[in-house]
Each structure stands twice: as structure tokens, then as C-alpha cells.
Design a protein around this ligand. Sequence first.
Ligand code: IPD
Length: 273
Amino acid sequence: DDSQLQLYFDTVLELTRNAGKIVREHHNKGKKVTIKSCDVDLVTETDQQVEKLLVTSLLTKFPGHKYIGEEAVADGKPCELTDEPTWIIDPVDGTMNFVHGYPNFCISVALWIKKKPSIGIIYNPILELMFTAQTGKGAFLNGNRISTSSVKDLEKGLLAMEFGTSRDPEKMAVVMENTQILLPLLHGIRSSGSAALNMAMVAMGGADCYFEFGIHVWDIAAGVPLIQEAGGFVSDPAGGELDPLSRRVLVASNEEFAKKIIPHLKQHYPERD
Ligand code: IPD
């Protein structure tokens, strides 16, 4: 019920702020970096420490709940989204930025229930940007209500796009092709290294669209309710319903903008989460 959901929200908000302190302490300091799927897919001790803090605290408070954590999956935990309340955690989204001290990274935590988003928190502890959403209750930045832009024409649109953390030649070719197709049609393209913060930018009207092939469920799980509560549009990049485990996402300020950009996209279908 509503008071239970509010308890989940208040709990995760406080935990995320505390996790932010850990990230802040390690920002601009030497880091032990390990590579994951390839040379540019990175993890640091901070990622692991933050995920552990969030998972341990949430499951102690809410013992029946499940979780999906980026680093747990990297260690072999199956990535399963069931009907049970599931916390979906990216301890540091934008790890490459974190490693370099480029202050565009965040903690992304979501709660999904019955495979639908219920809570989304995206927190950049360096720039102090706390994005929050609860389904049915609006989207907020540092407590102030946010909404997506009203831009409906491609030529007035600012697109967020990522080069991604894969060196698969086919995937890289798709990114290059899309850049080439889209740049002349738009106001501009930005690539700032965090899927979750790209979604937050669309939610607050700072960008009009973001799409990516190859993201994981933890990169987008908090952004989905944030976009929806900000009045934006979420779908699969080919236009169908979003499948959160498909490693494909598109968000836009509104459906009209999405419908205009989708026909131009060269598609890519990565292996599922
Ligand atoms: C990555 C970032 C990056 C995006 C990748 C993600 P991580 O997440 O969001 O911007 O291009 O697809 O995997 O590895 O830093 O949590």
C-alpha cells in the first residue's frame, strides 16, 4: 500500500545519500580499476563497496525483496526480474567518468514491482543532483518538480547518445552510422558517459531524446519512472514497448519527437541481460 511504498522510498533515499558520501570520498583519488567484459568496461572498488552497502541495507530492511546489482551480475548472479519487489542497482553509472574524475556519474537505484517501475533515484553526489520519482507522484530534482521539454521537431532537438562500453565492431559501426545520419537532422548531439544521467537530462528538459543499444537493466531502471513521471515517452528504439532486459532503450520528451526520430535509426540487437 501507499505507506509501505513511502517507507521504501524514504529508506532508499537516505541510503543513496549515504552511498553518495562514499563516492565523494573517492572522487579524484587513485582508484583500483579492473576491467570486465572488455578494456573499456570498468569497475572500481567504490562500485563494489556502494553496491554492497545498498544491497545489504535494503535486504536487511526488506527481507522478502529481490535485487539485481551490476557487480553481482558481473560476479555470476543471474539477472532475473520477477513479479517480486526487486531493487535494481547501478552503484556507479558512468564508471569511466568516475575513473577519470569527470564529474558526470551517479548512483542509480530503482524498485520494480510486478515488472513495473515504482521508484527511481538517480544521484550525482559531486554536482549534488538528486533526481527522484515515485510512480503516480511526479518527478523531482532536488525536491523541485521537473518535466520534459515541449520540443517536437527534430531540427530543434538535442539528442544524448553514447559510444558505449563495447568494442564489438558491429556495435561500433551502428553507433557511427547513427551519428552520421542524425547529426545533420538535429540541433546537436551530446555524449556524456552515463545512461542514467542522460535519462535524467531528458526528464528535466535539458535534452529531448536519448537512445542506446547495449545498456543493461540497471542503467535504465531508475530512469524509466523518472521519464514517465516527468511526462516523457519511453519505448524500444524500434518503437514497440520497452523490454527492460533487452539492452535497448529510447526515451524522448514526448511521443511526437520519438515517432520522428525512430524511422531514422539503424537498429542493433545485443544479447539480452
Ligand atoms: C555505462 C554508462 C555508459 C553507457 C554504457 C553503460 P556503467 O554504465 O551508462 O554511458 O554507454 O552502456 O553500461 O558501466 O558506467 O555502469
